[in-house]
Design a protein around this ligand. Structure first.
Ligand code: ADP
Ligand SMILES: N[C@@H](CCOP(=O)(O)O)C(=O)O
Length: 296
């Protein structure tokens, strides 16, 4: 038996649709694997009733197949499905790391990215890697067709998750197929600003660099209460606020750890005023999947 902790992630960060992602300190999935002749899966924890245990439908089944590593895989969900926090990706990243160890496949974390992304294709229709890559590698990650660039960024953040769901597959349906050149130029500038901010752990640059007029306006319209929650977080000291992944979670960048309480409180209150229950994670951009149980 081998146990790993695979963190939630926040993809896109506004200006980096399908390109940027960060690992979050919390929440996380715990994935336990043991060798077997065929793959079986059990799922417990938050939202487990909505997650299939059939290996053909669960992201970890695709990972076990890609690594030719049949196993009994126990997933204890800390990351709620359809949250915008890379729930399906956390399990996939955790399974990739755990099975790679269990079967001595010897692959690096970067080499595991396309394997973990196979699982994402099952649930969202595309093998986008902007969640699995940060869950595997930690920090801030840039995913392009040419490769993966990782920075050990560390910034305090708040993620506020309403009790509503948005399926990543549905949210991909509202992404515009075309954009105005002026908006593309602005977005390139914002993405560059954000990237420099991540290399400097600068919350002002990162917050400013999350602005995006192409995808975020369409995505945020799927989240009841988004505009007021965003406004409340900014008024309470957040440097930037955007949709986390495909939503409905909302990500706020904070200047200091001690700012997080006020930002989280403002976001929770604003959702509450809109009649929507929510919970807030006061966390930080953090490390990737951690192996913490030896083979036994
Ligand atoms: N191991 C898994 N963990 C979470 N969701 C999974 C898993 N395997 C398959 N799914 C399916 O993936 C969907 C959730 O994924 P997604 O919409 O990408 O959520 P998130 O935005 O949190 O990543 C749900 O339909 C769920 O049943
Ligand atoms: N780039 C993807 C990221 C989806 O993230 P999730 O956490 O909502 O699964 C997208 O925006 O569709």
């Amino acid at each position: 038996m081998l146990t790993v902790r695979a963190p939630a992630t926040s993809a896109n960060l506004g200006s980096g649709f399908d390109v940027f992602g960060v690992a979050l300190g919390a929440p996380a999935d715990i994935v336990r694997v043991s060798r077997a002749t065929e793959t079986t899966i059990t799922v417990t924890g938050t939202g487990s009733e909505y997650i299939p245990e059939d290996p053909a439908k669960n992201t970890v089944g695709a990972v076990a197949e890609a690594l030719d590593a049949p196993a009994h895989i126990e997933i204890d969900k800390g990351v709620r499905p359809s949250s915008g926090l890379g729930s399906s990706a956390a399990s996939a990243a955790g399974a990739a790391v755990a099975l790679n160890e269990l079967y001595d496949r010897g692959l690096s974390r970067k080499e595991l990215v396309p394997i973990a992304a196979e699982g994402e294709a099952i649930v969202s229709g595309t093998a986008h890697a902007d969640n699995v890559a940060p869950s595997l590698l930690g920090g801030f990650v840039i995913v392009t067709d040419d490769g993966i660039t990782q920075v050990d960024a560390s910034l305090p953040v708040v993620v506020c998750l309403p009790e509503t769901t948005v399926s990543t597959r549905d949210a991909r349906g509202v992404v515009p197929e075309q954009a105005r050149l002026g908006d593309v130029v602005d977005t390139v500038g914002h993405a560059a600003t954000l990237t420099v901010g991540m290399t400097r752990n600068d919350p002002e640059l990162v917050g400013r660099g999350m602005a995006d007029e192409i995808v975020t306006p369409e995505r945020s319209a799927l989240i009841d209460g988004y505009d007021t929650v965003r406004e409340a977080a900014l008024e309470s000291g957040a440097t930037g606020v955007t949709v986390s992944g495909a939503g409905p979670a909302i990500l706020a960048i904070c200047r200091t750890e001690s700012d997080r309480g006020a930002v989280a409180g403002a976001m929770l209150d604003a959702f509450d005023d809109a009649g929507i229950e929510s919970r807030a994670y006061q966390t930080a951009i953090g490390e990737g999947t951690h192996v913490y149980g030896d083979r036994s």
